[in-house]
Design a protein around this ligand. Structure first.
Ligand code: G4P
Length: 549
């Protein structure tokens, strides 16, 4: 019996593929996500038409489908089957929702798909998210989207990815053109060409079906291909093909697994073109959950149940006024009602009501395996990064905090509500969507956030949850640096203030931090005050000064 359980555990973990899509807003993430679900058979009819009405309606459509088809789809985690695999697609909110959570989610993923708009290439948000993936050394796939529209030369895009992001690219498919018109893709490994039939694609995407009838030819010499691409198109394709082949290097799996080489695909999510070739390859190449690093060494996915909290969201359901902790299962099997150790507090707790997310009616999850994400009801006991385990105590590596880019001072209209404001700000900081600083010179608290919207959200939540009318006043600071002296002595924080070299403060753990108006100010501080380390994040501080974790 135990053997059977173990075999089942291994089989279930082997099936998991846990990943995120990283992209800049408008590159087509929603559209691609929808097509992936479509191919997975999770949704049959949610075609481009519905997605076009906007994100919100697409999500609520999915929720309806969740009820009908028994799959769990939310805007945070999408679980869908594909050819016997269990896919967990984690959402990385963009647009105005961009926040530290977006980064943290990448710590719960085992790999990423980088989605690029063929006309725009590598954009700002992609760059930021890519940095996190690269630090985590995770496998990264690239999908170049919107090939049905005029875009940049493929070699130009590859050059940009390689130079700007510092990752090698290995095209698996390659776009082909007739004049300026996109005609299809060549699959380098299958040595097969699939022609883009834009009329079929258009009608098919309107119908929401993925059955675009591709015209397949057998290889680069196929006469049909020569006919389909006029002479010039064929010559261009052959020139590019020869260049690619001349590069000669085979796909290096080790480099891919370490995040140093990205397999690249071309297509059009909206037209369902190139998506299947990508998904098929993705399933074959993307690894199942790997061991996770922790205080006691690597924890294998088939070890007893364990995992960590990577995101906390308060009051998802207004009626409940509770919080949900998003928990990545890193090892073993999760069973509802199981008893686990909450390592930070040393307390044993029972996981009674794990849920899926955001659905109008929360669904209780009965079990889950390494690779899955579950929602834990949180009466206020969890913090980001907390480890839970059914085995002996250990701690998963800390999730780094990310450098805030927007800063405000927060004050209240009614001084009698000071206590409530403090409580509210402390709790919001604990959720980890904002960072809270106490100015060294005294005065109103300072908030820092990765995304500007978070600061507006704080104001709104202070009012609705703590009945505090707050005023937020933007500061002309661009970034923060955690400071420590090389000789281990205390930093004379107030000197930054006296000499106008920055705004000194303390973070929630009392660590010294200085806010700077720009590089020019940081540089003058460096000139005036020697012997000081300036770390971009609090974790960076720990790294430069291990005495001060
Ligand atoms: P996002 O989640 O990354 O922000 O992007 P989303 O999928 O919402 O797509 C952004 C826009 O790009 C949408 O158009 C979408 O239809 C379009 N798009 C996505 N994939 C493709 C593609 O392969 N080819 C072309 N030509 N367009 C694509 P929109 O104008 O913002 O909305 P709508 O009017 O189409 O609804």
């Amino acid at each position: 019996m135990a053997d059977d359980d173990n075999r089942n555990l291994l089989r279930e973990i082997e099936r998991r593929r846990t990943f995120a899509i990283i992209s800049h807003p408008d590159a087509g993430k929603t559209t691609l996500t929808e097509k992936l679900l479509l191919y997975g058979g999770a949704i049959q009819l949610a075609g481009s038409v519905k997605a076009k009405r906007g994100r919100v309606s697409a999500v609520s459509d999915w929720m309806e489908m969740e009820k009908e088809r028994g799959i769990s789809i939310t805007s945070s985690v999408l679980q869908f089957p594909f050819r016997g695999l269990a896919m967990n697609l984690l959402d990385t909110p963009g647009h105005a929702d961009f926040s530290e959570d977006t980064y943290r989610t990448l710590h719960a993923a085992d790999g990423a798909v980088m989605l690029l708009d063929c006309a725009k290439g590598v954009e700002a948000q992609t760059k930021k998210l890519f940095r996190v993936c690269k630090q985590r050394k995770m496998p990264i796939f690239s999908f170049v989207n919107k090939l049905d529209r005029p875009g940049r030369e493929p070699f130009d895009l590859i050059g940009e990815v390689e130079n700007v992001l510092g990752i090698g690219v290995y095209p698996i498919t390659w776009p082909i053109y007739r004049g300026a018109t996109f005609r299809g893709i060549y699959h380098r490994e299958k040595k097969q060409v699939t022609l883009f039939d834009d009329k079929a694609a258009r009608s098919s995407s309107l119908a929401g079906s993925h059955e675009v009838a591709p015209v397949a030819v057998t290889g680069v010499d196929d006469p049909l291909l020569k006919k389909e691409l006029d002479e010039e198109g064929y010559r261009r394709f052959m020139d590019e093909y020869e260049l690619l082949e001349a590069a000669g290097d085979a796909f290096d799996r080790d480099k891919f697994m370490a995040g140093d080489v990205s397999p690249m695909f071309f297509g059009s999510a909206m037209n369902n073109f190139g998506v299947e070739a990508f998904l098929e390859d993705f399933c074959g190449r993307m690894p199942p959950p790997a061991p996770h690093h922790a205080s006691t060494g690597n924890i294998a996915p088939d070890a007893p149940f364990s995992g960590f909290v990577f995101k906390i969201q308060a009051n998802m359901d207004k009626a409940h006024r509770d919080r949900i902790a998003f928990f990545r299962v890193c090892s073993g099997k999760f069973d509802r009602n199981m008893k686990v150790l909450h390592v930070r507090t040393g307390k044993t707790m029972r996981l009674a009501n794990p849920t899926t997310f955001l659905a109008a009616e929360r669904t209780i999850v009965e079990d889950g395996y390494a690779g899955d994400v579950i929602g834990l009801y949180d009466p206020g006991v969890f913090e980001i990064g907390d480890t839970l385990t059914a085995g002996k105590a250990f701690k998963y590596d800390e999730i780094p905090s990310f450098a805030p880019e927007h800063f405000v001072r927060v004050s209240m209209m009614d001084p009698m509500r000071r206590k409530q404001m403090k409580k509210g700000l402390d709790q919001l900081a604990q959720e980890g969507t904002i960072q809270l600083y106490t100015p060294e010179r005294g005065g109103d608290p300072i908030l820092g956030a990765v995304g500007r919207l978070q600061l507006e959200v704080v104001k709104f939540r202070l009012k609705s949850e703590y009945d505090v009318d707050a005023r937020i006043e933007p500061m002309s600071c661009e970034f923060a640096r955690w400071v420590s002296r090389e000789d281990g002595e205390d930093v004379d924080l107030l000197r930054f203030d006296r000499e106008r070299l920055g705004v000194p403060a303390r973070d929630v753990r009392g660590r010294p931090v200085v806010l700077f108006a720009g590089d020019w100010q940081l540089n003058s501080a460096k000139r005036e005050m020697s012997g000081i380390n300036y770390a971009e994040t609090a974790r960076g501080l720990a790294a430069t000064n291990p005495e001060n974790p």
